[in-house]
Design a protein around this ligand. Structure first.
Ligand SMILES: [Zn+2]
Length: 245
């Protein structure tokens, strides 16, 4: 989970339209009044096409966006189309959260809260640092072994393997500056995978920054003046979303 920011409400959601559709829903709760392309498109844009809870990529394989009502629509039907009550979610997270009510029990809101303040990550699993964190992990089943821990393990292994390869190649190159420059691009490509537009970016960022090989490579590049502005920026962006404590 990473911190998100709301985008402006879509133009189609005029006050009149929202009031009219909300009334329809209050009268007939089987109507999916939120199921509109302009709502889903804007929510997808807000989250880089990812689920705002588990960070899986939406729109690929069998993962389609569901409009999640942070305050459940069954309990707060008058807020069914309140723009800031809507979040993009995958079917898994949306189904896990069900009717859970964050107004009564603390729960992480990816816009209003900084997820890192509430979640710690170790060995492909999350643990709660706060009540909000604990409730969110439990209600969203954020340690789902098959659907989340396994993909995290696979991603982490691939990242560590590529970092180890770069470290190995640097050692082979015996610190000749000329040879080292070609590894800079490889590290940049790897770091780019941990930016927020990629799925599971907070996991990738965490694995990169924590890896011994990352720090070895950084030290080697620093020694030869190759830790350039772009790498410095990338590291800042990665640290921004990584779970480091
Ligand atoms: Zn999800």
């Amino acid at each position: 989970m990473i911190r998100l920011a709301f985008l402006p409400r879509p133009d189609e959601m005029t006050d009149n339209w929202v009031a009219e559709q909300t009334d329809r829903f209050i009268q007939d709760s089987t109507l999916s009044v939120w199921n509109k392309p302009f709502i889903k498109d804007c929510l997808l844009q807000m989250s880089n096409n990812k689920c705002s809870y588990c960070e899986c990529k939406l729109g690929i394989e069998d993962k389609y966006i569901e409009v999640e009502h942070f305050l459940p629509k069954s309990k707060y039907p008058n807020r069914v189309l309140e723009w800031e009550n809507l979040l993009p979610s995958c079917k898994r997270c949306n189904s896990e959260k069900r009717e859970f009510d964050p107004a009564i029990n603390p729960f992480i809101h990816p816009v209003h809260d900084e997820p890192k303040d509430h979640l710690a990550y170790i060995a492909y699993r999350f643990t709660g640092k706060t009540e909000k964190g604990k409730n969110s992990i439990f209600e969203l089943n954020l340690n789902d072994r098959t659907r989340l821990q396994t993909p995290r393990f696979e991603i982490a292994s691939a990242i560590i393997e590529q970092l180890d390869d770069i470290q190995h190649d640097i050692e082979e190159a015996l610190f000749e500056v000329k040879s080292l420059t070609k590894f800079v691009t490889r590290l940049k490509n790897l770091c780019n995978q941990g930016l927020p537009n990629n799925q599971y970016s907070s996991i990738i960022a965490t694995e990169l920054i924590r890896a011994a090989a990352f720090n070895y490579i950084k030290a080697a590049f620093n020694e030869f003046g190759l830790w350039d502005i772009e790498l410095q920026d990338l590291e800042i962006h990665l640290r921004n979303i990584a779970f480091l404590d």
